[in-house]
Design a protein around this ligand. Structure first.
Ligand code: FE2
Ligand code: FE2
Length: 166
């Protein structure tokens, strides 16, 4: 199995986008199913954001300073997603704002994924060697084992607080 960091990040993106499509296809009355799908989205996005915030973004910023503006914009987009995720985690699927909030999360995360994949992954691939990307990916897989899986866990919450205070 490849440990190329970009391959792993894209696999995460694909997995979460599949949940987005299932949520959109679920009927208005499918409260239980939508609740499960959102819980799974929250878990995937919490882990993914953690790996990018803690490892991928700082490394890319250090090695490729020209991408700094993209990285800073990405941190802000993660922050917006974090706010929605924390609110959704506390919201019952029966609440009248549950679907609307999830739709806004989906729109904003899809925009963010698009920018990562179209705008800066190609530059990261060009700027980092195959060896560096595969070492980064191996570290990502290690970190994934202990990464926070819900916004209530200390690591995730601390990042959210840092983002507000920054
Ligand atoms: Fe991201
Ligand atoms: Fe990402």
């Amino acid at each position: 199995m490849s440990t190329d960091a970009i391959v792993l990040l894209k696999a995460d993106h694909k997995e979460v986008k599949a949940l987005f499509r299932r949520f959109e296809k679920a009927g208005k009355g499918a409260r239980k199913e939508k609740g499960h799908l959102v819980a799974k989205m929250i878990e995937l996005l919490t882990v993914h954001t953690y790996l990018e915030n803690e490892l991928v973004y700082p490394e890319v910023r250090r090695i490729l300073p020209d991408l700094e503006d993209d990285i800073l914009e990405s941190y802000e987009e993660h922050h917006v997603a974090d706010v929605l995720i924390r609110e959704l985690a506390a919201l019952s699927p029966d609440h009248e704002r549950f679907d609307a909030k999830t739709t806004v999360l989906i729109e904003s995360v899809e925009h963010h994924i698009e920018e990562e994949e179209q705008e800066w992954f190609p530059e990261v691939r060009a700027g980092l060697g195959r060896k560096q990307l595969s070492e980064m990916g191996a570290r990502m897989l290690e970190m994934k084992k202990t990464a926070p899986r819900s916004p209530a866990q200390p690591g995730a919450l601390r990042k959210a607080v840092d983002a507000v205070l920054a």
